[in-house]
Design a protein around this ligand. Structure first.
Ligand code: HPA
Length: 269
């Protein structure tokens, strides 16, 4: 709690009239979301208690700006578990957002398509998740002032927000999928056998992030909306060999569609 307050005070000091309502986490390739936005940006490595960053395609910057009339705090790049960050470090910014007054969190990520009906470049609205990371960001002593010891997980991806997103997609003529996101720790991509197993378990896409953030967001009682961009077929779904470059390039194209959708959703919040 002391650390959260310290970080919040730093941000209040740096940013005039710091009152974010909406938090946004941008995944690989989604930096186009910020191309036409102006505001105050701060490098993660200048922010007290933020972990160091360094993955290609992730900027490592916090942007405070106005999006469609709303004050937004945008994470351009996130903290991954596979980088060696603890679960607490990965989700620390979510707690700062909550303390800063954020009510709605929008999470995005790049993911591999497991569902054979999904195409590269598709956008998937996350309806639910499978935590396959073998750990949980809420492990440890619970601070009852933040949330419950055993949080309910039946509406992590808020149904009202999801319906709004579907309506906005329709109005923009965007064909979006809905499905279940399965998170692994990474950093290795999956084997074909693992992907077959995950499909049987009910997963539609696979990725290496977002679930810890969604667990903490739900714990803090923020309304959460999350999208995956299908940047590649998961292993074995097609004959492609996976590369981070492919993920980044497709991320950029799908990123334009997803950016317009998120902006429309925000305009209606
Ligand atoms: N697997 C895991 N994470 C990913 C993938 C994938 O195929 N694509 C983008 N992130």
């Amino acid at each position: 709690m002391e650390k959260i307050k310290e970080t919040l005070n730093y941000l209040k000091d740096k940013i005039d009239n710091f009152k974010p309502e909406i938090g946004i986490i941008l995944g690989s390739g989604l930096s186009v979301f910020c191309d036409d936005l102006e505001g105050k940006s701060i490098q993660y490595n200048e922010i007290p208690n933020f972990a160091p960053t360094g993955v290609l395609g992730h900027k490592g910057e916090l942007l405070y700006c106005n999006v469609e009339g709303k004050n937004c705090l945008i994470m351009q790049g996130r903290f991954h578990y596979y980088e060696g960050n603890s679960m607490q470090e990965c989700t620390f910014p979510i707690k700062v957002m909550k303390m800063a007054g954020v009510k709605t969190l929008i999470i995005t990520n790049a993911a591999g398509g497991i569902n054979k009906d999904f195409n590269i470049g598709d956008i998937m609205l996350i309806v639910d998740h499978i935590n396959f990371m073998g750990t949980n960001p809420l492990i440890g002593k619970n601070d009852e002032t933040l949330g419950d010891r055993f949080p309910d997980m039946s509406n992590v991806y808020d149904i009202n927000l999801r319906n709004k997103a579907l309506k906005c997609a329709k109005e923009l003529n965007l064909d979006i999928k809905e499905g279940v996101y399965l998170a692994t720790t990474g950093p290795s991509y999956e084997t074909a056998a693992e992907i077959n197993a995950y499909r049987i378990l009910g997963a539609d896409v696979v990725g290496m992030s977002s679930v810890p953030e969604a667990i903490v967001s739900n714990y803090l009682k923020m309304n959460t909306l999350a999208f995956s961009m299908v940047t590649n077929h998961a292993t074995g779904v097609s004959n492609n060999v996976l590369s981070h470059q492919e993920v980044l390039e497709t991320g950029k194209k799908a990123g334009l569609k997803l950016s317009s959708l998120i902006k429309k959703v925000i305009s209606e919040l």
